[in-house]
Design a protein. Sequence first.
Length: 120
Amino acid sequence: MCPVCSSQVESTSHVFTSCPIALACWRRLRINFVFDPGGSFRSWLELIFQTLPEESVCSVAMVCWSLWMARNKTVWKKKSTFVMEVIASARTGLDQWKKAQDKIALNSLCLEYKGDGAEL
């Protein structure tokens, strides 16, 4: 059974698309999709990547990651996670990732450091 909701058999599709916490996250973010219960998580994700704008795709990826971390927190630490925690974690992670990709900002922070260039 799903460790988060204890109401359905756990599967990849359930964790990311039909578990009540996942559904609440998608509703809160206003990301609308139709999930075919007979379909695979992979086909759902491919559809998301093909149909949503880039910013929404990034949000979906980070929410999936946060949902997985929330699931693991329940399994390994016996702690529940709330929808707003999942969303906040996803937004923070996405914001940090975007900042890490900003080579101009990174270079301006590291003007004094003359490393070998192996770390960026």
